[in-house]
Design a protein around this ligand. Sequence first.
Ligand SMILES: *Cc1c(COP(=O)(O)O)cnc(C)c1O
Length: 355
Amino acid sequence: MVLAPPRPSPDMPPVRVNLYSDTQTRPTLAMKQAMMAAEIGDEQSGLDPTIDALCARMADLVGKEAAVFLPSGTMCNQISLLVHCTRGDSVLAHRTAHLLTSEGGGTAALSGAQVMPLEGAGGQFSVETLKAAITSPSRHAPPQTLVAVEQTANLGGGTVWSLADLTAVAELAHSHGMATHMDGARLLNAVVASGVSAAEMAADYDSVWLDFTKGLGAPLGAVLCGSTAFIDKAWRWKQRMGGALRQAGMDAAACLYALDHHVARLADDHANAAQLAKLFAALPGITVETPQTNLVFLDTTGTGRTAGELAQALRRQGVMISAMGPYRLRACTHLDVNAAEIAEAAEIFRIILAA
Ligand SMILES: *Cc1c(COP(=O)(O)O)cnc(C)c1O
């Protein structure tokens, strides 16, 4: 569960340290300049060279034949489900998967598929768990057509799937005739944290996408990749849903800029997250899940105060953080938050907890 961010109000001080989400990043001046300089055309007529350049670059990055530019990651997930599944099909995914918990019921509403939620630590399920969930075909059981993983696993704590686990899960899925999908909203965080390339991670996945509006800092855009046949079908859904665009090369230019300038620096976000975890773990009553990437989850049970109460108290002191459950807070690091601000947030939190 992700609670809505508190609305700005006259009695609230301005946000000084924004740990609410890596979606809160704003395009830098240089990114905006790249957008202004972009060569553009009518995207849905195939006349936008910057969109074409971004799609070619992304397909190459993840080792797929083709790619399509979409406004959001949610649309990448939902269009993938529409292509892979039909009504009544079953999608095997972790019970915290974004496509199950955070897309407004889109999976049921649009493709009509149902999700079979799998258990497992850190937002990941083991190959044994997947094996146990596979049913033998019968008229009673829903047809199992897709296995979906999240790299990194957001609500699992921003954890990174190992290449071995990704491969084992995909091989098992394929051996049972199922397709495989990778929600790569933060795929490049996983790449930077592990040193494994995006193409290796996505090799056994029939569809994979990357979001440009998380730590990469673009104002909109995500790119979905797969075989030429898959992307042809995805394009049909993009058109049907009103996701076919016009001079969207301006947005693609921001994404290309992010690929050139904002990927290596994700390592800074990971270092800042580690530092945040260390400082917050020293606070009384706060338990911290050791971060693997840029998402840090905190348990407030030991303070006797709820996540909602503490998020409110922090917000009143200019620190924005998200309450993800009754006693669970999430802090995100990203390109608009630096080490000094993290130290400042920890100090503010210390004073609040001492009060
Ligand atoms: C943010 C996110 C999405 C959805 O992306 P939007 O661009 O916000 O629509 C999907 N999956 C995961 C894991 C995410 O974190």
